[in-house]
Design a protein around this ligand. Sequence first.
Ligand code: SF4
Length: 178
Amino acid sequence: MLHICCAPDATVPLVDLKAEGWKPHGFFYGSNIHPEAEYRRRLDALMRLREKEFFPLRVSSYEPEEWFSAVESFLDEPEGGERCIACFSLQLTAAARCAVELGCSCLCTTLTISPHKDVRRIDSLGQALCLSYGLKWLGRVWRKNDGFLRSLKMTEALGLYRQNYCGCACSMRTEKGR
Ligand code: SF4
């Protein structure tokens, strides 16, 4: 089960996992994305990627209130702080549940391709979640070995939409050019 945060970040993980012999099943959460029109735009990009890369995909229903409840104590945190950890936890928990439901044995995430994400915290979260859900954590740092640069090139070659902020309303203030 490959947790997908967005189409551009999924490009390299999908290609590399398949090259290693895996058959990734995608899971997209998306309720962290604001506004809804942006969520739709990112989902459309993911559907386009699915047409190119042929992989099964489960899309969670869009429930921004659920995301807000999980992070509301951390709204003033800077990007990369505790709000993001709560957000990763929500997304990865949803992916782990889906993996169990679909009979997948392993869990992996595209989050680690971004140079802005805390890989160590993502890895510990993934390991802990997999332990409690009976899954194997496939810890990968996709940004290594020019992974991020490759994802930029692949996104451009495929003509996929690439956003310029992480996703939530708080991150619209920072616009780090992802
Ligand atoms: S900045 Fe990104 S990871 Fe952090 S809370 Fe917002 S959507 Fe989630």
